[in-house]
Write a protein that binds this ligand. Structure first.
Ligand SMILES: *Cc1c(COP(=O)(O)O)cnc(C)c1O
Length: 222
């Protein structure tokens, strides 16, 4: 029996959504979002074989995962400050929150210095919410072009977090269209409440926290 019925359930739902959309379940990666979760919630999911995890703070991720770093793929899905670029490049396999030139420049410097590069996603603020990170849709083409030209970045994917309380489908469709016209292959979209919809709209990875681990402890102050 699996160490994590919740993991089995989420994987089964991803597979069903993929098959219903005529896609292969293996084309959708589950990113288990372990931020702000107690270790006794995370351990069974790791024990059950989950190997891709998402964290939204560099420091918290390092505290949690340093000892087990070799076992997993780790993705930074939260906003990045340029003073954390060094640790982020050193510690993460994927950074999904590239959204401004200042961060891009800091990452480029660290990639050069460290001789290793995380895979990069551009975060798009599809709902154009003022409080939310991400480049706005109308500026995405130019931003991606600039990242490629100025820094020589290969952009693996786009990421979005749709506005709370709105149907997510149109945001996922917009992200897919932006990726397609920029020749970007991967789409990080869909969370606990809407990952099946995201799979239908072409998500190649879904970021699922509470459906796997239960509710989170309140966020600590940054
Ligand atoms: C916290 C978080 C998630 C997971 O949210 P759930 O609703 O718990 O699945 C996904 N993506 C990002 C960027 C997050 O910050």
């Amino acid at each position: 029996m699996s160490a994590s019925p919740a993991l089995d359930d989420v994987l089964a739902r991803i597979a069903r959504a993929a098959e219903a959309a005529g896609r292969a379940p293996a084309d959708v990666t589950l990113v288990a979002v372990s931020k702000q979760q107690a270790w006794d919630k995370v351990a069974p999911v790791l024990a059950a074989g989950q190997r891709v995890f998402g964290e939204n703070r560099v420091q918290e991720a390092m505290e949690r995962w340093t000892e087990r770093r070799a076992e997993i793929e780790l993705r930074l899905i939260g906003p990045l400050q340029s003073n954390k670029a060094r640790d982020a490049v050193a510690f993460f396999d994927v950074i999904e929150s590239v959204d401004r030139e200042k961060i891009a420049r800091a990452l480029a410097e660290e990639i050069q210095k460290q001789g290793k590069a995380p895979r990069l996603y551009v975060q798009v603020n599809t709902g154009e919410e003022p409080q939310k990170a991400g480049v706005i849709p109308t500026e995405t083409d130019a931003f991606v072009a600039d990242l490629r030209k100025t820094h020589g970045f290969e952009i693996e994917g786009l990421m979005c977090i749709p506005p709370v309380g709105e149907p997510a489908g149109p945001h996922f469709a917009l992200l897919a269209a932006l990726a397609a016209r920029n020749g970007i292959a991967k789409l990080s979209m869909g969370m606990s409440d809407d990952f099946e919809t995201a799979v239908r709209f072409g998500a190649t990875s879904v970021r699922v926290g509470s459906a796997l681990f239960g509710g989170r402890a309140p966020a600590a102050q940054a």
